[in-house]
Write a protein that binds this ligand. Structure first.
Ligand code: PMP
Length: 394
């Protein structure tokens, strides 16, 4: 009789990824009666569905054989040219050849991990940092080391010290309206970080999906705009927060050698990003004023931020702290000592309100009282109701 051997095991990297208990609780927030500050979702009623539909219609009617066909890995030439022109127009000279279109900026992170990281390499991250970036670096076998910082972001001197002691391959940053804290790195710190990178030879990855959602204040320069470290700085962008995340369109702007490696990695991952979606996005940008659409979105988000920030004092325990971000989607809350945001989530969901506990975002020791609140998906009136429910929980 034939003997049966065991099923071969999963790769070690696949089993090391933690199953998150928070995920299970948040699954309960899909009920329509829940007012959720949890998901980082753009407001669906602000999608320009009519404009996007017209763009898809146009490319499918005019060029079906092309937009339904396989295409090149680097991305739709018209779309790359349009993205490059937008950067150039905003003071960051960019050519279409400096860009590869990615399937969301999340894929950009994966491509960078493939192109840059050997198992055991060290990656410096903000603490807290974007959760799915931490996962991506860990999947690549990297050692993730948190950098100390404050309400303005990482401390460049701490980065300089860690660069000397840990010899990292790259520093990952979300400089504008960071996920999860909503904070923005000031220009002085950006130039200091560029100097560290130039002196010590470390890649700077600036992940910027939120930068165009600015409600007030002055835009800060891209790290990529400083010539001293231009040969080691990568910029990730995305249409997810400015058009629609369901289109899964992002891009990566990188020096030529790294860009070539990312294109090869992308070819192995998915050949190319969906042809029809890229063509529709390019058509949308040609036929519409994205700036006018963004003005509408940021105006709505500003009033939602005001509703959230204005109501927090009455909803949270005394001595809680929070910030007032100048843009983006998130407010970061610190409950006073003794409060555990992960434990309280269950009670919150029972009251039909939700947030994301901050703990999973930390690469170092977590602050149990931290939590992230997204203000984008509900109207000011719903936000006020959600805060009343939270007040009952706390
Ligand atoms: N980076 C950051 C900091 C994010 O917050 C997100 C989305 N939440 C992404 C990357 C991925 O976005 P996408 O793949 O939709 O472009």
């Amino acid at each position: 009789m034939m003997t049966r051997a065991d099923v071969p095991p999963l790769a070690a990297r696949a089993v090391q990824v933690d199953a998150s208990p928070v995920r299970e609780i948040l699954a309960l927030t899909a009920r329509p009666e829940v007012i959720s500050f949890a998901g980082g979702l753009p407001a669906p009623e602000l999608f320009d569905a009519a404009g996007l539909r017209a763009a898809y219609d146009a490319v499918l009617a005019e060029r079906p054989a092309q937009v339904l066909q396989y295409s090149v890995t680097e991305g739709d030439p018209d779309l790359r040219a349009a993205i490059a022109a937008r950067y150039t127009g905003r003071g960051l000279p960019t050519a279409a050849a400096d860009l590869v279109v990615t399937t969301g900026s999340q894929q950009g992170l994966g491509l960078l991990a493939t192109a840059l990281l050997e198992p055991g390499d060290t990656v410096l991250v903000e603490d807290p940092s974007y959760l799915a970036a931490l996962q991506c670096f860990k999947f690549a076998g990297a050692r993730v080391v948190p950098v100390p910082g404050d309400e303005h972001g990482v401390d460049p001197e701490a980065v300089a010290e860690l660069v000397r002691t840990e010899r990292p391959k790259l520093l990952y940053l979300v400089p504008n309206f960071q996920n999860p804290t909503g904070r923005t790195l000031p220009a002085e710190r950006r130039s200091a970080l560029v100097e560290v990178a130039a002196q010590h030879g470390v890649w700077l990855v600036e992940d910027d999906p939120y930068g165009e959602l600015r409600f007030e204040g002055e835009p800060q320069p891209w790290l990529s705009s400083y010539p001293e470290a231009a040969d080691r700085t990568v910029l990730l962008g995305s249409f997810s927060k400015v058009l629609a995340p369901g289109m899964r369109l992002g891009w990566l702007r990188a020096p030529a050698g790294l860009l070539r490696a990312c294109v090869v990695a992308k070819q192995a991952a998915d050949l190319h990003t969906a042809t029809v979606d890229q063509a529709a996005a390019a058509r949308y940008l040609a036929d519409n004023d994205l700036g006018a659409h963004l003005a509408k979105v940021t105006e709505a988000y500003r009033s939602r931020r005001d509703a959230l920030v204005g109501g927090l004092a009455a909803a949270l325990p005394a001595e809680s702290r929070w910030n007032n971000p100048e843009g983006g989607m998130f407010v970061w809350v610190r409950l006073p000592a003794g409060y555990d945001a992960s434990e309280l989530l269950r009670a919150a969901v029972a009251q039909d309100v939700a947030y994301v506990p901050g703990a999973p975002f930390f690469a170092g020791p977590a602050d149990p009282g931290a939590l992230r609140m997204a203000f984008t998906t509900h109207t000011p009136a719903e936000i006020a109701e959600g805060l009343d429910r939270l007040a009952r929980v706390f």
